[in-house]
Design a protein around this ligand. Structure first.
Ligand SMILES: [Zn+2]
Length: 609
């Protein structure tokens, strides 16, 4: 049934014909020259910052310099991104491709040279007076920078002196970020004992996602035992990263307090009130995720799930195997489901396959996972995944095509206005997934297929409504405790246990008290509170989906307009403008939670049949 032959591979010939394309060689060379010239020009902003600090007059004609450099920096970054995407697309399908590796390495060096050259410009724009900025933005060409500039200037009160900023970011390489690198080195080299066998951590983690429960249990215990050997180091990493951040917030918070959650909310482009409303309402309705856990356990034929069952696949009932879906069929199912919203979205899915913008055919030495990317120069999206015909594959394909559609509806906009935050990044993908899951459920004739889709809904509900908030809770408690003193591994275990207890309550056989070490997200040095944007994106997208019937035939335009504004507005303003709703209030989130509750109820009923 499933034929791999009809699965598409991508065609990037219109960007460059290959790695020896003279145009590519020429573009890379030009880029190098252009970056050197650009970096020479931005020196003037270092002088301008000094003038600001010493309250002297700014060099004359500075507005023109800023305008020129902003445009030039935009064009350079479009070129860098285009060539980088060309190389990384190749590497995804063939990790060993020598020319792609070489190109990617050279671009990396050019990119860091460019970032360094851009720094004085950015620092100046954060510090310039409001008058200077409004004069700058008067020019029509500069309007596209409005949101980005205004957003970054919200942190103006927290800036250190320029020399301190330079010192901190320099020290950070072997300070803050060294701890993150140590975590990666540690987890990359750790060995897990599985009976007689010794395997790497990544392999063990993948076993926890597989169908055999006793193997999952062994892998889970093996992973946690391995982390226990390194628990002092893992705790030292978390203590150092959080200690560094607290120290920085204190130094920056001279004019007014810089709270660690404000830092995170600024990155997410949301308000603290929104984060609180989201978390409080999710806690009020934790029974939804808990019901999902109970029904999953029942389908597995056990009383309660253990931590190693949380990301397990749906149990198989044997008699007839999973229905495989060919790639062509998958695209047609997705196109049909997308057309529910608008025929244009359906045609888009077909076009992605026709144009060779999807690479999904299994190959040797291929990257795992799935993603959507785009060529910044031509504004064309590309989707990568490995398609083998499972129901899960169809949903992943729909998810990535949702991201691609998001890019597509913004393709005529200035690129500066198309960069959305992590909180809004999943809006279109989860929306697309929801459309396709609904269509698949309506189509599925056999119970096993139906249960597989519903299982995915239930697992998402449990992961996003229970596990993610528990991570948030842990991190918040950890930061508070770290204010007083560094925490020992045993204290970290206690913090994690109580976060799990608060959210899972009595739905599991035990809590995962090594989760703080094993989940790498807590040790990402470049940003804290990495997790809640997933919960935000999930409920945010469902909240928009939930308005579909109310707006009827007007909804498709409304949806497009929402997507087009994701890169130039805060989440609050986006929803106020288009749906007249207030996401700082619990009601918006409660409506989204009702949609999840309905999905979980459906699953429970099917399990009880
Ligand atoms: Zn996604």
């Amino acid at each position: 049934m499933n034929s791999i032959q009809d699965t598409t591979v991508w065609n990037n010939q219109n960007i460059y014909t290959g790695f020896n394309d003279p145009a590519l060689i020429n573009d890379v060379e030009n880029l190098g020259v252009r970056i050197t010239t650009f970096s020479g020009k931005t020196n003037v902003f270092a002088d301008a910052i000094e003038a600001l600090e010493e309250k002297r007059d700014l060099p004359s004609g500075l507005i023109n310099e800023v305008q020129y450099c902003l445009k030039e920096s935009l064009e350079i970054s479009v070129e860098i991104m285009t060539i980088m995407t060309f190389a990384s697309c190749q590497l995804s399908t063939d990790a060993a491709h020598i020319e792609a590796k070489d190109l990617s390495g050279r671009l990396g060096i050019l990119n860091s040279k460019f970032s360094k050259g851009e720094k004085p410009l950015q620092l100046f724009l954060q510090r310039a007076t409001d008058e200077f900025i409004s004069e700058l933005l008067e020019s029509e060409e500069m309007v596209q920078f409005t949101f980005k500039l205004e957003h970054s200037r919200k942190l103006r009160d927290f800036l250190l002196s320029t020399s301190e900023e330079v010192l901190v970011s320099g020290l950070g390489q072997d300070g803050l970020h060294a701890w993150g690198k140590l975590y990666n080195a540690l987890s990359g080299s750790m060995k897990v004992q599985l009976g007689e066998e010794t395997i790497g951590l990544a392999r063990a983690a993948s076993i926890v996602r597989e169908g055999d429960r006793s193997k999952r249990e062994a892998a889970y215990n093996g992973i946690n035992n391995a982390w226990k050997v390194h628990e002092e180091s893992a705790a030292a990493i978390l203590n150092a990263i959080n200690g560094w951040r607290l120290e920085m917030n204190e130094s920056r918070g001279q004019k007014r307090e810089m709270h660690y959650l404000d830092v995170s909310c600024h990155q997410s482009r949301i308000e603290r009130a929104t984060l609180d409303a989201l978390m409080n309402e999710t806690y009020e309705q934790r029974s939804i995720g808990q019901e999902a856990l109970g029904s999953m356990a029942k389908l597995m034929g056990i009383e309660k799930l253990a931590p190693y069952d949380l990301i397990a696949p749906a149990p198989s009932f044997g008699e007839k195997g999973e229905t495989l879906i060919s790639f062509k069929e998958a695209i047609n199912i997705i196109a049909e489901a997308f057309s529910e919203l608008t025929p244009e979205m359906g045609e888009f899915a077909l076009m992605m396959a026709d144009k060779g913008w999807i690479d999904a055919r299994p190959t040797e030495s291929r990257s795992p996972g799935a993603y959507c990317t785009k060529f910044a120069r031509t504004r064309e999206p590309r989707v990568f995944m490995t398609y083998t015909g499972s129901m899960g594959n169809v949903i992943t394909l729909a998810h990535e095509l949702g991201h691609a559609y998001h890019n597509w509806v913004m393709r005529d906009m200035p690129i500066t206005e198309t960069h959305y935050s992590m909180t809004l990044a999943e809006t279109a993908s989860i929306f697309a997934e929801t459309l396709v899951k609904k269509a698949l459920l309506e189509k599925s004739v056999n119970r096993e297929d139906r249960l597989k889709i519903m299982w995915q809904n239930a697992e998402s509900a449990a992961a996003l409504l229970i596990n993610i908030p528990a991570r948030y809770e842990f991190e918040k408690e950890l930061v508070e405790a770290r204010k007083v003193r560094p925490q020992s591994p045993d204290e970290m275990k206690t913090l994690m246990n109580s976060a799990w207890k608060r959210w899972y309550e009595d739905t599991l056989t035990e809590y995962d008290d090594m989760f703080w070490a094993n989940k790498l997200h807590f040790s990402i040095s470049s940003l804290g509170f990495y997790n809640y944007p997933y919960l935000f994106g999930y409920l945010f997208s469902l909240g928009i989906y939930g308005q579909k019937d109310k707006y009827g035939s007007d909804f498709k335009d409304l949806y497009h307009n929402i997507l087009r504004d994701t890169g130039r507005m805060t989440a609050e303003n986006l929803i106020k403008k288009h749906l007249s709703k207030d996401i700082t209030k619990p009601a918006f989130w409660a409506d989204s939670l009702n949609i999840v509750a309905e999905q979980v109820r459906e699953f429970t009923q099917e399990v009880n049949k």
